[in-house]
Design a binder for this molecule. Sequence first.
Ligand SMILES: [Zn+2]
Ligand SMILES: [Zn+2]
Length: 328
Amino acid sequence: MSKKQTFEEELAEAKSTIPTIEGFTLVTCVAAQVRASYRKTDQKQLSIILQFPDNYPEQPVVIELTSKTLSDKLLNGMMKLCDDEIKKYIGKSQVLPVMRFVREFMINNPLCVCNDEIATVKKDLLNDEDKIKLKQDTSQIIMKIVQERYNMNLKITVPDLYPSQQVQIEAAESNFPDILKVFFVGQAVEIARKCVQPPGKPNTKGPPFKPRPSLLEVCSFLIKDCVKRYPLESCAVCTERVLLEDPEGVTKDPRKRVERVYCGHLYHHGCLAKYMKTPPFKDGKFCPTCGKQIFHDKWKVSAELAEARWAHKQARQRELAEVTDFLS
Ligand SMILES: [Zn+2]
Ligand SMILES: [Zn+2]
């Protein structure tokens, strides 16, 4: 365009062009105000309101962004970026450049839907030794979480339809023992699923199920309840640390292998085996740390059976003692 547009010409062009840009709906286009809404997904929706100073376009257009779904913090950040961008268009038409800039921002920054969750992860869950990198081009959050000499590399993908769709836990390389690694990822996937899928048995009393954001819940579990917790965890029976100080170290003693029980507490294999075979058995065995009943695949025996085994072992020991007495 060689000739400078008048304000009237700019408004006329905006009026005909904005509705043709994918995602846009034009609400108002008059000299007092231009208002359009942009929608990419249910979550990525916002309104753009432009007001013109008296000496427009020598002065920049005043931009306001509002949204029912995006956070104020994100909108404030975007408004600042728009203000910076629009400085490039001083003295020229600014309406269409602003609209296009907002649309490109929404397309090129898919992680904007979980902006606040990411800020909370950084502030409340991570510390100096951990690393986090946002990859907007693939909509992924890459993290390396560290505790003592243990670590976990996480790749979390935020889908386009987030938060209606849950985050995907893509990879989780780590130097934790396999038994914990499998639990960490399996449980994280389950937490994410529960955020978006209604429970099998619907809760008829409460409000209807609504999908909720899964990123922070998943990160909180993996960081706080797994990686930061277990390297410091003591065996509930002998009170020594369960994980080896050196993650690469191999214990020759099978009794020192790690066992995790239903309540989440860790035991040495040998300590748990002994504890499960020691009375009292009435109503089951309970975790000495938290008092919850211990459920573990390897020790699925009823109280009666455990009692019977215990009695048998005691009787056998008495017999042996008698034999020894007899021989001596
Ligand atoms: Zn122990
Ligand atoms: Zn426990």
